[in-house]
Design a protein around this ligand. Structure first.
Ligand code: NAI
Ligand code: MG
Length: 397
């Protein structure tokens, strides 16, 4: 096996702990790699006024593949107050390094698999006819990662050119022309055709490769006619021309959030814009164990660049525990997505099987799997530490 170089981005808080736990599992499974560490996160905002230093961008540019823990973000005032004294007069504005990475590298495809493990005490259950049912959830959400409501094109008290342009729209004239301009806040939802097509194709290709019978566009085309409407129309064309063997379904985000507890087992691949993709993927993640289990990948297929990270954040509450108690599985699963991307299928499957065995056996559980609240004393109550969970997985390998 070729030796790889992976950029390790620990970030803040528990990001560091889960990242190194996953690297240990990767090594034990036989993944041959060197890791170069990249600086990212709050520490670098405070010290340098930039949470995503240029040198980190260059590292990713060079090596193309990054494993990312999590970062801390804080509101505007806190961000300013924590900046080191000599940087305070430099007019620096904090912006999320994750959003920065996505936009810089055009990581516009985000995939978030939500698959239930047999035996996970956190799996969703529901009342059936005569018994409790535990539906098998096997859903992969494809979220457009760079545009839409997270595109950052927004104003409070918009400049005149924008305001005047808005006044050319009859609905704006009718509903908002009486509101003083400085009382208007506007966030745009921009979809471009190319990026929309890319996320749709990624979803269909994934469905085809892994034998899912349907792709569901989860938007709101009956109300948000232009953006959601374009996405669904493009999906119809792509399905008809290139993927006739896969069914195309169409759900509205609001209804989908209700159906996801009613019949989650019916869905396969789901595709959505940035905001709705974020919402629906958190919804499904809740059915399979929540943040300790929710993994994700973001990539630019053309450039071969991928960043793999758990969906959870830096959980500052737990960051300074002498013995870390958080669940490393979300990070380990994200590392498996990296292996898929690098075509190291065998190692990925080996790790997933080991994780599945540990969960099914049910002897080794982190605090979340025991439904305890996260305190240092969970260890006395029988929960394992982050490291012990990683070791249990390694033992199965
Ligand atoms: P969070 O995901 O860090 O934590 C929320 C809660 O989820 C934790 O208190 C804990 O109870 C649980 N949790 C999270 N990860 C877990 C794990 N691996 N195992 C077991 N339980 C786990 O979200 P929160 O508290 O809203 O944000 C904390 C910081 O993280 C903020 O500064 C936020 O901006 C940042 N954040 C960063 C993200 C990223 O790096 N991708 C994503 C979300 C939040
Ligand atoms: Mg989210």
């Amino acid at each position: 096996m070729k030796k790889r170089t992976i950029v390790a981005l620990p970030g803040d808080g528990i990001g560091k702990v889960v990242l190194y736990a996953s690297i240990k599992v990767l090594a034990a499974a036989g993944f041959n790699a060197d890791y170069v560490e990249g600086d990212i996160g709050w520490e670098f905002w405070k010290k340098e006024g930039n949470p995503l230093p240029e040198r980190t961008i260059n590292l990713i540019e060079k090596h193309k593949i990054a494993l990312f823990g999590a970062i801390t973000s804080k509101p505007k005032d806190d961000a300013f107050n924590e900046l080191s004294e000599e940087l305070k007069d430099k007019n620096l504005v904090y912006s999320s390094p994750i959003v920065g990475l996505r936009q810089h590298f055009g990581l516009d495809i985000c995939a978030r698999p939500c698959k239930s493990y047999k035996g996970n005490p956190l799996n969703f259950i529901r009342n059936g006819k005569n018994e409790i049912e535990e539906p098998n959830v096997d859903v992969v959400i494809f979220r457009q990662n760079t545009e839409g409501l997270y595109g950052g094109v927004e104003w409070t008290n918009p400049p005149d050119e924008v305001y005047n342009a808005l006044k050319t729209h009859p609905k704006f004239l009718k509903n908002f022309s009486e509101v003083p301009k400085n009382e208007l806040s506007i966030s745009t939802r921009i979809f471009s055709k190319n990026a929309t097509e890319r996320i749709l194709r990624a979803a269909f290709e994934y469905a085809k490769k892994y034998n899912y019978k349907s792709v569901t566009v989860c938007e709101k085309p009956n109300v948000i006619r232009e953006t959601s409407g374009m996405m669904f129309k493009l999906a119809q064309e792509i399905q008809k021309n290139d993927f006739p063997e896969i069914e195309l379904w169409n759900t509205n985000i609001d209804a989908q959030m209700m159906w996801l507890t009613k019949n989650p087992e019916n869905y396969g691949v789901i595709v959505a814009g940035n905001m709705f993709g974020d919402i629906v993927s958190d919804g499904f993640a809740g059915l399979i164990g929540g943040l300790g289990f929710a993994c994700s990948a973001q990539f630019n297929v053309e450039k071969g660049i991928g960043v793999f990270e758990p969906t959870h954040g830096s959980a500052p509450k737990y960051a300074d525990f002498k013995v870390s108690i958080v669940n490393p599985i979300a990070m380990i699963e994200s590392a498996c997505m990296m292996l898929d991307f690098l075509n190291e299928k065998e190692i990925a499957e080996k790790i997933r099987k080991a994780v599945a065995e540990v969960i099914l056996e049910g002897k080794v559980k982190t605090y979340d799997m025991m439904k305890l609240s996260g305190r240092q004393n969970v260890i006395e109550k029988g929960a394992v530490s982050t490291e012990e969970m990683a070791n249990a997985i390694i033992e199965k390998l």
